[in-house]
Design a protein around this ligand. Structure first.
Ligand code: ARG
Length: 572
């Protein structure tokens, strides 16, 4: 039974508000002293023409008169909220039984059934190195992807590769000038290409003719020159291979790699339509859509030389996505610095009369940097993503060597822990916050870190293994949950009970941190429980009941980490 929904129905029988609306307003208070569920009455005050505290009082009184719900302990009106306390026994048995009955479905839903969400994420400009900045779009996008999928949405992950543009011209010049044999240079892989790219930038500062030369190659490529296109193709292929290595390390993949170049011949129709609809204007030789009315600078559609621009391509691409998937929502996960770009072309699409304009959403985020360490002082100040992952892995290995030197498969686990640490840190705050991190902090097994959560899951696992429960755990007898009454266990039960709600909230706001923070709370709650309660040495029934608590914790931590694309090693 879904209690939140039952509560909403009850409230709905007292006030004249749609049950679904009440349902989505009911929250789980951060402070559990306030109750287990809370219904804020502030929005009602306009409609009902009464002060919120009065409305809350009224609802609480009427409900109190007639609570048939056996799981409600009390209903109380506090400062405009109606607070519900659930019976302890109810929460305890409900939380653990739900996980036990179907751990894989716990927290899932079919609310997304029949709706398609396309998420454009990672989308790097290839032929440039993947760097520390790319981790954010990649992991935020991947977490949203998994979370929505878990809620029953049909999700399409699109890697809109930046596989066209000026970087290719630069690369060709660099290969020709300093790369020696062209094929050898390209097949040397991304590392050597990146070196050439960096060299191009250094040299171009001294000699500006290099930029002209690069522009020449870009133009050749754009006009379909055979030689230029061959170069382009080879560079793309090498970059793609290298990208896949990193994506595999991060444990992610995409449903579509339709990149920028795919739209080369699909922008003409966009330009024609804009022109027909009278939306295009000339401005300093370029073609633009004026957006003054919405307090935005013009959206640039065609360059002076007729070349198309970033927005033009996005407008062509979104139409293609709509034609392919008839999306319910289309999300774009990029840094905050692209906010204006998206606001502008979303508006242009609206002016073109597209109904789906309202379903486009820019999922933005703040910057990421390393606070110290050798990676940040490398040449060109670029922190390469693969080096970052290596460093995290090596750091994790050093810690494992100290804590648990005999651990089997240390290298594999170090990779999972190191990368998990980076991802968790990336997802631990509101997206929009900047992230600055040090390896010492994010790898600390006792801090608010990924490794701490992973370690808690591994600890739960080892308790179960010691109890003889490996693989699929099945309790021996009917579990007697009435034995579970201590504060630590009940707190933990409440956290597990609240997990499905956190997933919904995370999905609704496209905020993975809500899941990450909740996993942290569960991990902390588990360690408190573990500290307070002997498990393996407890008497029969109590032992079984506590093992069930351990089991549920392990499963929820594992499932939650997996939504964030973080592995949960069995041992650490
Ligand atoms: N390639 C772009 C960049 O690296 C990001 C693309 C985001 N997606 C989009 N549809 N514009 O900044």
């Amino acid at each position: 039974m879904d209690i939140k929904y039952e509560l909403a129905k009850k409230i709905g029988s007292i006030i004249d508000v749609d049950v679904d609306e009440i349902f989505s307003a009911v929250e789980i208070p951060a402070n559990s002293e306030m109750g287990d569920y809370s219904y804020p009455c502030f929005r009602l005050s306009k409609v009902l023409k009464k002060a919120p505290p009065m409305i809350a009082l009224d609802i609480a009184e009427k409900l109190n008169v007639n609570i048939e719900l056996s799981m409600i302990e009390s209903v109380e009106a506090v400062a405009g909220y109606v607070n519900f306390k659930l019976k302890k026994e109810f929460i305890v048995s409900e939380a653990f039984t739900k996980v036990f009955v179907d751990k894989d479905k716990f927290g899932s839903s079919n609310m997304g059934e029949g709706k398609t969400v396309v998420i454009d994420y990672s989308s790097p400009n290839i032929a440039k190195p993947l760097h520390i900045g790319h981790i954010r779009t990649t992991m935020i996008g991947a977490a949203i992807y998994k979370t929505l999928k878990f809620l029953g949405y049909n999700v399409v992950g699109i890697n809109y590769l930046g596989d066209w543009g000026t970087q290719f011209g630069k690369m060709v010049v660099a290969i020709n000038k300093w790369g020696g044999d062209r094929r050898a240079a390209i097949s040397g892989g991304i590392e050597s290409l990146v070196e050439l790219y960096v060299k191009f930038h250094d040299e171009a500062e001294k000699d500006s003719s290099l930029e002209d030369e690069a522009r020449g190659w870009t133009l050749k490529m754009e006009s379909g020159d055979q030689e230029a296109l061959e170069f382009w193709k080879e560079i793309c292929d090498v970059s793609r291979k290298e990208l896949d290595v990193i994506y595999e390390r991060l444990g992610i993949s995409f449903d579509s790699y339709r990149g920028e170049s795919y739209y080369n011949d699909k922008m003409g129709v966009v330009v024609d339509e804009l022109r027909e609809k009278g939306l295009l204007q000339e401005s300093q030789g370029a073609q633009v859509v004026m957006l003054d009315e919405w307090n935005m600078p013009p959206s640039l559609i065609l360059r002076k030389d007729g070349g198309t621009l970033y927005p033009t391509r996005d407008i062509a691409a979104v139409q293609d996505r709509y034609d392919m998937y008839s999306f319910h929502k289309a999300l774009y996960v990029t840094g905050l610095e692209q906010k204006l770009h998206f606001a502008q072309w979303f508006k242009v699409v609206e002016l073109m009369g597209r109904n789906y304009a309202k379903d486009l959403e820019h999922i933005s985020y703040g910057m990421i940097s390393l606070d110290t360490g050798k990676l940040s002082t490398r040449a060109g100040n670029i922190v390469y993503l693969d080096k970052l992952l290596d460093e995290a892995r090596d750091g994790a290995l050093a810690i494992i060597n100290e804590r648990n030197p005999d651990l089997a498969d240390k290298e594999i686990i170090a990779e999972q822990v190191g990368i998990g640490a980076i991802i968790f840190n990336d997802l631990y705050n509101n997206r929009i916050k900047d992230v600055t991190f040090s390896f010492d902090k994010i790898l600390n097994f006792e801090g608010e870190t990924g490794p701490y959560v992973q370690y808690s899951a591994a600890r739960a696992n080892s308790v179960l293994v010691k109890a003889g429960y490996t693989g699929n755990y099945k309790p021996k007898n009917q579990i007697d949950f009435s034995l579970i009454t201590d504060k630590a266990s009940v707190e933990l039960a409440k956290l597990i009970y609240a997990y499905p709600d956190k997933i919904l909230e995370s999905a609704k706001r496209y905020e993975p941190y809500i899941i990450a923070r909740h996993l942290m709370a569960i991990a902390q709650g588990f360690n408190y429980f573990y500290h307070e309660n002997p498990i393996l040495t407890a008497d029969n029934d109590l032992r079984e009941a506590r093992l069930m608590v351990v089991y549920a914790t392990r499963e929820v931590l594992k499932a939650g980490l997996s939504l964030l694309n973080i592995s949960a090693p069995e041992k650490m």
